[in-house]
Design a protein around this ligand. Structure first.
Ligand code: 2BA
Length: 107
C-alpha cells in the first residue's frame, strides 16, 4: 500500500476531493500553511494499493491549477531575491509525495 500526500491550492481542494470520492477513493484533507509564502494551502492524504497510485495522481493533476502569486521581498523571505522588489512565483498545481505504508489498519 502507498500513501499519497498532495499539497494543493485550497481553492482546488473541494473539486479534487469530490472527484476522488466519485472515483471510489477515500481521502483526508488537512489545512496547512506553506513555509515560503506563509499562505494557506491544503494537504490531501490518500491511502491506496500500489496499482491505483497513477489513477489518484491523474485526478489530482486534472483538478489542480497553477497560479502566479506576487510576493514582497521586504520581509527578506529568501536570500535569493533582492530586498524590496516584488517577485512573481508560480505556485502549484500540486506537490505530490508517494510513500510506502508499513501497516494499514482500521480498528
Ligand atoms: P510555499 O512553501 O508557500 O511555496 C510557494 C511557492 O513559492 C512554491 O510553489 C515555489 O514556486 C515558491 N518557492 C518556495 N520555496 C522557494 C524558495 N526557497 N525559493 C524560491 N521560490 C520558492 P510550489 O513549489 O508549487 O509549492 C507549493 C507548496 O507546496 C509550498 O508552499 C509548500 O507548502 C509545498 N511544498 C513544495 N515543495 C515542498 C517540499 N519539498 N517539501 C514540503 N512541502 C513542499
Amino acid at each position: 500500500m502507498k500513501l499519497i500526500i498532495a499539497i494543493i491550492n485550497s481553492d482546488d481542494a473541494g473539486t479534487v476531493t469530490r472527484s476522488l470520492t466519485r472515483n471510489g477513493f477515500s481521502s483526508t484533507r488537512l489545512a496547512t500553511t506553506g513555509g515560503f509564502l506563509m499562505g494557506k494551502n491544503t494537504t490531501i492524504l490518500v491511502g491506496v494499493d500500489e496499482e491505483k497510485v497513477s489513477a489518484v495522481i491523474d485526478i489530482i493533476k486534472e483538478h489542480s491549477h497553477s497560479r502566479k502569486q506576487m510576493i514582497s521581498t521586504a520581509s527578506g523571505v529568501s536570500r535569493d531575491f533582492p530586498i524590496g522588489m516584488p517577485v512573481e512565483v508560480n505556485v502549484g498545481g500540486a506537490t505530490i509525495f508517494v510513500v510506502d505504508v508499513e501497516q494499514f489498519q482500521r480498528v
